[in-house]
Write a protein that binds this ligand. Structure first.
Ligand code: NAP
Ligand code: MG
Length: 403
């Protein structure tokens, strides 16, 4: 078979530890034999981030803006222990945070469903995609412990020094208080990312907040979504045969539990944090989850939702066998290749991405899987493979699908 050609390069961001090992196995076994892989390579491994004072992360994000599609390996976010372990010049910020701040996006996460690893919620037949707003609210709040009686107010001082005040509470006893914020610009770009992703994947979009209780804060989210929908997207949604609807967060939770799946659920920052963990654990494993950052300007960064699997890496270094699940990392590559195929109108590349994903699913459904899945599958007598042998089994399935 002749190798599939590419036009625009994919921005390739290599990473750390066990996922860096998987990254190379995936390229060697599943990509390079089939695709004339054209990437612009950025080494986001911690050693190289340290050598470049983290400039490489910024460069990789800018390259993503330039070329449009990136694929990222999991990376270490350094803490004090990592600073010591790697002899770092400083405690660098999370690469995902740096990249997100430059690309300004929304993270979409959906479980990868296979037969034999069934969701706990029996009626979920199709994946539910969570779209999590990644700015503000409780994650950028300020808070205070109130020691005793006294008055707490919100005070807004405009540029001319004019004050507007609102009473939070007149305390007669000890308590607590918190001030949150968000920005219209960020909410609007969250909304556009969600609408674009719904059109892209031809799925309905749900959005929910608690606007009945939070009549200004949550209501602003609801209003901005509605305004942008009517002005910019309603006609295109009708044409694509998909719907957008808003409901209260408690109603959304009740409906999700009864739904079949196959839609996007847009969540405010905190709701998205909590609900994406609920959906992924109900579906089995973080390694069976796709994750993509979509920017409002239409730039895409694909990644795995899990970390660098440090515990397995140290076993690997000690020469022990590992059985690390590479599915989320393979799907990060297939997602990027498919998007590249769509943008550059390369149907063979898009088809390859479909074949690669199907090969992963078929391999698992045939009973061959890594240990994490073997522990939770309903399939009888699963064959537990090590990290590399699982990838080789996927390659066999993939080769067969091209014959
Ligand atoms: P982790 O890498 O997600 O792994 C935690 C545990 O989950 C593993 O020890 C393993 O459990 C299981 N697991 C995760 N992915 C797996 C896979 N693909 N196959 C099989 N089992 C898997 O989280 P962590 O160990 O807390 O974090 C390690 C590093 O990752 C940290 O330095 C953190 O900063 C970084 N991190 C990066 C990202 C990112 O780049 N997107 C996200 C999160 C964390 P068992 O050990 O029980 O087998
Ligand atoms: Mg969380």
């Amino acid at each position: 078979m002749e190798k599939i050609k590419m036009t625009t390069p994919i921005v390739e961001m290599d990473g750390d530890e066990m996922t860096r090992i998987l990254w190379q196995y995936i390229k060697d076994e599943l990509l390079l034999p089939f695709v004339d892989l054209h990437t612009e390579y950025y080494d986001l491994g911690l050693v190289h981030r340290n050598e470049t004072d983290d400039q490489v992360t910024v460069d990789a994000a800018h390259a993503t803006q330039k070329y449009g599609v990136a694929v990222k390996c999991a990376t270490i976010t350094p803490n004090a222990a990592r600073v010591k372990e790697y002899g770092l010049k400083e405690m660098y910020k999370s690469p995902n945070g740096t990249i997100r701040a430059i690309l300004d996006g929304t993270v979409f996460r959906a479980p990868i469903q296979v037969k034999g690893i069934e969701p706990c919620v029996k009626n979920w037949k199709k994946p539910i995609t969570i779209a999590r707003h990644a700015y503000g609210d409780v994650y950028k709040a300020n808070e205070m412990v109130i020691p005793g009686p006294g008055k707490v107010e919100l005070v807004y001082t405009d540029e001319n020094g004019e004050e507007t005040r609102a009473l939070v509470h007149t305390f007669t006893e000890p308590g607590i208080v918190q001030g949150q914020h968000n920005l219209n610009r960020s909410i609007e770009s969250f909304a556009r990312s969600c609408f674009n992703y719904a059109l892209d994947t031809k799925q309905d979009l749900w959005f929910a907040t608690k606007d009945t209780i939070s009549k200004k804060y949550d209501h602003t989210f609801k209003d901005l979504f509605q305004e942008i929908y009517e002005k910019e997207y309603e006609a295109r949604f009708k044409e694509a045969g998909i719907t957008y609807f808003y409901t209260l967060i408690d109603d959304a939770v009740a409906r999700v539990m009864k739904a079949e799946g196959g839609f996007i659920w847009a969540c405010k920052n905190y709701d998205g944090d909590v609900m994406s963990d609920m959906i992924s654990s109900a579906c089995g494993s973080l390694a069976m989850m796709t994750s993509v950052l979509v920017s409002p300007s239409g730039v895409y960064e694909y990644e795995a939702a899990h970390g660098t699997v440090m515990r397995h890496y140290y076993k690997h270094l000690a020469g022990e066998e590992t059985s690390t699940n590479s599915v989320a990392t393979i799907f990060a590559w297939s997602g990027a290749l498919r998007k590249c195929g769509e943008l550059d109108q390369l149907p063979e590349l898009t088809e390859f991405a479909d074949h690669l994903e199907k090969a992963c699913i078929d391999t698992i459904e045939s009973g061959k899987m890594t240990k994490d899945l073997a522990l939770i599958t309903d399939l009888e007598h699963p064959v537990v493979l090590n990290s590399l042998d699982f990838i080789k089994a996927v390659r066999e399935t993939l080769e067969a699908s091209y014959q």
